[in-house]
Write a protein that binds this ligand. Structure first.
Ligand code: PLP
Length: 407
């Protein structure tokens, strides 16, 4: 007996079907994506959209990059998971390549970004007790206002976004919040209990806020002089997005610990990592920290292929070159509905005239014109296309933005 043929459900019906069964922790744009390739996605009805968000940088190499898909397929046919109870034949190569790419010694593989942040916090605290000599349970970590580091209870505990915090306490102590881009405030917050300063080199969720020149170098100098670690959250800013492998390279800064995620998984599987020097990551001993999926062979195979794409520097150069196209295009729109923007590499926060609508409304209009973006707070939209986008596609998207803002 054959099952009765089911008519495939359309976008509107699929969106309605989510409502009763899916937790309402997101408010997606009303587009239902069914397939994608490169910088383009296609919805259930076959309409095509240029993806100018790229999974918040998780899709830096575009959708289904052939080298990444091939690496995943090959690994799926051999071995997918061992747990760290055993070694697997892909992990050493991944760790060696990632350490070399980021110019450091050691790698702690995890899965999601929030886990990398949590792991970075644990490493910094352990270092404070074992190496710096902070009395037990007294370690502090200095963070910046308007940060975004993920969604665990510890992490939202030091967020300044009330929507992210409200209703989720009590929170873990030991964090001091200072204004971003303010070295004097950071200096005042650091004391003999400070394990680390944890910041984003560019604050993505806050609207792609780029600190003044000299801030990152200042954080490096301050943390070195005051004897605490500099932990850089490069989960969104890293791996080519800003025109360098790491955003801290704009100021030739080398943090003690770097947190990576998003693009490290090639848009295929969640892969994150804490990378740093041996005298820091070396504080962890067997049993003190772990993850069932961290460093699994499928993740390691995809992560290795991601690092191989970045090793040549071609994507970083592309992001820098196309970043010029993006900046010039946005400068030309200033006064035509754009009231301000911040851009570095292929990453921009664009403030639209609030009289023309909220960021959400502008995003919905862009969606109807075939361009997918994401709003952040108020009337700001964020642009972060795959690094594989072409100059023509980019100027096309800017043309669509102009149309949406001026019609
Ligand atoms: C996305 C993000 C995280 C959290 O990553 P998840 O994979 O969503 O847990 C942490 N820090 C920054 C800067 C991010 O952009």
């Amino acid at each position: 007996m054959t099952a009765p043929a089911r008519t495939p459900r359309g976008s509107a019906e699929l969106i309605r079907a989510e409502e009763p069964v899916l937790a309402h922790n997101y408010h997606p744009l009303p587009v239902v994506v069914a397939r994608a390739e490169g910088a383009w996605v296609e919805d259930v009805e076959g309409r095509r959209y240029l993806d100018m968000l790229a999974g918040y940088s998780a899709l830096n190499f575009g959708h289904r990059h052939p080298a990444l898909i091939e690496a995943a397929h090959r690994q799926l046919d051999r071995l997918t998971l061992t747990s760290r109870a055993f070694h697997n034949d892909r992990l050493a190569g991944f760790a060696e390549k990632l350490a070399a790419l980021t110019g450091t010694d050691m790698v702690l593989p995890m899965n999601t970004g929030a886990e990398a942040v949590e792991s970075g916090i644990k490493v910094a605290r352990k270092w404070a007790y074992d190496v710096k000599g902070v009395p037990a349970d007294r370690a502090t970590i200095v963070v910046a206002a308007d940060n975004f580091h993920g969604r665990t209870t510890t992490i939202v505990g030091f967020s300044t976004d009330e929507t992210a915090r409200q209703g989720f306490g009590p929170f873990a102590p030991g964090f001091r919040i200072v204004p971003y881009n303010d070295l004097a405030a950071m200096e005042a917050a650091v004391d003999e209990t400070t394990a680390a300063v944890l910041i984003e080199p560019i604050q993505g969720e806050a609207g792609v806020l780029i600190p003044d020149d000299g801030y990152l170098a200042g954080v490096r100098e301050l943390t070195r002089r005051r004897g605490c670690l500099f932990v850089a959250d490069e989960i969104q800013s890293g791996l080519g997005r800003t025109g360098h492998t790491l955003a801290v390279e704009h100021e030739s800064v080398v943090p003690d610990v770097v947190l990576l995620g998003k693009a490290l998984g090639g848009g295929i599987v969640p892969v994150s990592a804490v990378v740093g020097r041996r005298d820091v990551l070396g504080v962890l001993h067997p049993g003190e920290h772990g993850s069932t999926f961290g460093g699994n062979p499928l993740a390691a195979a995809v992560g290795t292929a991601v690092v191989e794409l970045l090793e040549t520097g071609a994507f970083q150069r592309r992001a820098a070159e196309l970043g010029t196209v993006l900046r010039e295009g946005l400068a030309a729109l200033t006064g035509k509905g754009v009231v301000g923007f911040r851009a570095r590499g292929l990453w921009a926060g664009v403030d639209v005239d609030p009289a023309l609508g909220t960021g959400r409304e502008v995003s919905e209009r862009l969606m109807r014109e075939g361009v997918l973006v994401k709003d952040t707070h108020g009337s700001t939209i964020r642009l972060a296309p795959p690094l594989t986008v072409t100059a023509e596609e980019l100027t096309g998207a800017l043309g669509t933005l102009e149309k949406v803002l001026t019609s």
